[in-house]
Design a protein around this ligand. Structure first.
Ligand code: FAD
Ligand code: DLZ
Ligand code: SF4
Length: 508
């Protein structure tokens, strides 16, 4: 009998994933394994582990309800070798399949494991492309060779043309490709922020929460309250809720931040997209439908679709095109240690405390918090790229290396020398003050530039430009600040460097 073993990883929880495409329920076996190595290769946030294991268990339950035979290895099961390779080898011995069928993974390190399986297992291993993305590896490579599409904005336009999303014939809907300038409003006083739908854990999820508490209690982050959806049905409810209540305000306030408001108008769907409970195609289709029915304005829908069809696809393409070398570059030569506050949240800098606090509470922070607060600080403080990358990979429920690495290594740290973004997103306290209310309750003042009481982002920003002058001053997009720096009296430069050095040296 030609029985195939179909190995489904924790971020492949999609019924239509390529490894299950031609599954024969009468013959084939689906393998899913909970293994400690995947929870510990970086010390994942407790909620992230609970989310993935609970989603895996519910996915297996749904497959079984369809009559599919699932061999599911639980974390605490006797004999569990606690690694993908060990568990796959045991399963092959148990079932003696004709072949192993698996969808390519989301991380290079697992891709390398898969290459080993093909060499060491006594049966053929078929690694299938992950077709849940709009853009295949081959298409991305071809687009990269085409004029201009090496940058996100042009890639995105081409993807709009290819998919027809938000298109009117050959032209972009609304007459513009990009409504980004309309997505930068600060929150008006008194604006009602929609409350968010969270999901009460059922018995299966409670079991996982208890398991995580017992086994990974020392990992970063609060385990409870746990409100993530862990089934496709609930993830669809979360999507409905976003489209109906939140999407209309998404565009205007995409870049805003507010103390005590951890979600604002963001969708909170990245964990579902990345583990497979939702697909990018259905999410974009729902958003487009909201525009066409008049339920959401173009700046909201275009802004949202751009994040998924543009950024998400672009970083994924870039990751696979550039790995494994991508992770090793360090264009700015940054070597600093990650300050302890990233794990403790203990800092008088209110913006940092707010963003790290949200991360600890939810295994989530929204984009601008990740980019312009915790990311900006790591860039300005000269943290070694690998250290800050590990942090981002560990603390967010949506973090898998294919999406985390380009965002952190490229967008935030500029460690790739501009492969992802043409300049680092370095910013002083004035930006955070404009886009948030964090500065009001802070021990520092964004209007003070140097000396005691000055916002650390202010002198760290200029110190960053000074330290990286030889590498960055020729960048045309940084011409303005470098002109200001050139006019700066030498004594002022010295003071800035002294303030920055003393501040960084004083960090625990
Ligand atoms: P929304 O703001 O509602 O956006 C909608 C969707 O667009 C997201 O769900 C996501 O799928 C996609 N998206 C938005 N921005 C990006 C982007 N820059 N790259 C890829 N997809 C994007 N996203 C991850 O999914 N995993 C990560 O590990 C991750 N790490 C990041 C690290 C840093 C330093 C930065 C700056 C960004 C990172 N992002 C990451 C991108 C983005 O911050 C998250 O996708 C977003 O905050 C998820 O929340 P949301 O679903 O509410 O997003
Ligand atoms: C993140 C994660 C965790 C914590 N645990 C598991 C697990 O026990 N079993 C599993 O199949 N996947 C897990 N994952 C997700 C994997 O790390 C992910 O599939 C790989 O990184 C490939 O992208
Ligand atoms: Fe952050 Fe500076 Fe504002 Fe304080 S003053 S919240 S450190 S930007």
């Amino acid at each position: 009998m030609n029985r195939h073993l179909r190995f489904v990883l924790g971020d492949q929880l999609t019924r239509g994933v390529s490894s299950l495409a031609d599954l024969d329920p009468a013959r084939d076996i689906v393998l899913m394994v909970e293994v400690e190595a995947e929870a510990r290769y970086v010390p994942h946030h407790k909620q992230k582990i609970a989310f993935l294991l609970a989603a895996m268990r519910h996915f297996a339950k749904a497959l079984r309800a369809e009559g599919i035979r699932v061999d599911y290895v639980r974390l605490n099961e006797a004999g569990n070798t606690q690694s993908f390779t060990g568990e796959l080898a045991r399963a092959v011995a148990r079932h003696a399949p004709a072949s192993v069928i698996v969808t390519e993974p989301g991380e290079w390190r697992v891709r390398e494991m898969m290459a080993d399986w093909a060499e060491t297992l006594p049966v053929p291993v078929h690694i299938r492309e992950d077709d849940r993305f709009f853009c295949s590896h081959a298409e991305f490579a071809a687009l990269g060779r085409a004029r201009k599409t090496g940058r996100m904005e042009f890639f995105y336009r081409e993807m709009r043309r290819r998919t027809g999303l938000l298109m009117r014939g050959d032209a972009p809907e609304g007459g513009q490709w990009n409504f980004d300038p309309e997505n930068r409003r600060s929150l008006p006083r008194g604006l009602r922020v929609p409350s968010r739908r969270r999901f009460t854990p059922d018995a299966l999820t409670r079991e996982v929460i208890d398991l995580v508490a017992a086994r990974f209690g020392g990992h970063f982050g609060d385990l409870e309250p746990f409100g993530w959806a862990v089934t496709r049905a609930d993830a669809l409810r979360a999507l409905d809720h976003f489209i109906e209540d939140t999407l209309p305000g998404f565009g205007d306030y995409q870049d805003a931040m507010k103390a005590g408001e951890d979600f604002l108008f963001h969708s909170l769907i990245s964990p579902y997209l990345n583990c497979g409970l939702l697909t990018a195609r259905e999410v974009c289709a729902r958003a487009e439908e909201a525009f066409r029915s008049g339920a959401a304005p173009i700046n909201a829908v275009e802004g949202f679709i751009r994040q998924i069809l543009g950024w998400r696809e672009f970083v994924r393409g870039l990751y696979w095109a550039e790995m494994p070398g991508y992770a090793g570059s360090n264009h700015l030569g940054a070597t600093g240690d990650l300050p302890a506050m990233y794990w403790t949240g203990d800092t008088p800098m209110r913006c940092m405390a707010e963003c790290i606090g949200a991360t600890r509470r939810h295994a989530y922070a929204h984009h601008i918090q990740r980019l312009m607060v915790t990311g900006n600080f790591a860039l300005l403080a000269g943290v070694a790229p690998a250290q800050i990358e590990q942090w981002y990979l560990a603390v967010y429920a949506d973090a898998f290396e294919w999406v985390e690495l380009p965002n952190v290594h490229g967008m935030v740290m500029h460690a790739d020398g501009g492969r992802l973004g043409s300049k680092p997103y370095a910013a002083s306290g004035a930006y955070i003050d404009r886009m948030s209310d964090y500065c009001k309750g802070c021990a520092f003042d964004p209007k003070i530039k140097r000396g005691p009481g000055a916002c650390p982002f202010n002198y760290l920003y200029w110190n960053f430009l000074i330290e990286n002058e030889t590498v960055l001053s020729a960048n045309p997009r940084l011409a303005m600040p470098y002109r200001t720096l050139a006019r700066m009296p030498a004594a002022q430069r010295t003071e800035i460097v002294a303030d920055a050095t003393a501040f960084l040296a004083g960090l625990p």
